[in-house]
Design a protein around this ligand. Sequence first.
Ligand code: C5P
Length: 242
Amino acid sequence: MKDPLIVALDFPTEIQALKMVENLLPFVKNFKVGLELFVSAGPQIVSKIKNMGGEVFIDLKLFDIPNTVGRTIEKLLELEPIMITLHILGGEDMLRKAVEVTENYRIKNKKETPYLLGVTVLTSFSEEGFRRSWGVSRSLPEQVFFLAQLAQETGLDGVIASPQEIELLRRGLKKRLLIVTPGIRLTKDVKDDQKRIMTPKEALEKGSDYLVIGRPITAHPNPSSVVQEIRSQISDILESRI
Ligand code: C5P
């Protein structure tokens, strides 16, 4: 089992992000660079984190016409990330194009990564908010499952979903897709803008492969102590998975 912990570097500046990487590197290897940091620091932030010894998940949640997404992914692949995200809602053609470009790269470079991950329904949606905004007759979990099926059919490596949907996905999907879960909170009382949350231990017990954790670590006065706390909470589960 690879290390399931991924820290979301949702910072407005490169200085803040690299300081956090430096602080956490003895304890965490995987870092997620999202839109905010990618835009403020530029793509070179990825190489900087890699040069320090980290691995980078590029989370830009792409959603555009197939040609634009394919060509953007080609550019992202040059940065050698471990994961890339795109919205499954972008549709079958966009997903197939993304898979084709990524697979060609992996074969040519004899690499297992990056994994191509599809966003289902963002964990910031509640059932009610989903109903008001999406305009589909399916319930939120049904929509997550529908999108995960499309991800599976088009050859994506995994999906981003709320930990609350893991059981549904594991039960219903034919292939074993990677399930990456944000919406992780150490206690149930601090949610920020996340609506569908779970603790790290619960999410792994349900079958999550990777946990994306941002503010519970990065907004804490002592981030590395939170990482160590999480590691101690999940150590027995990880041992049982080896
Ligand atoms: O700070 P927090 O732990 O809520 O950060 C969660 C991270 O996961 C953010 O970087 C957010 O962009 C990302 N994310 C999410 N929900 C998804 C996909 C990604 O919250 N469905």
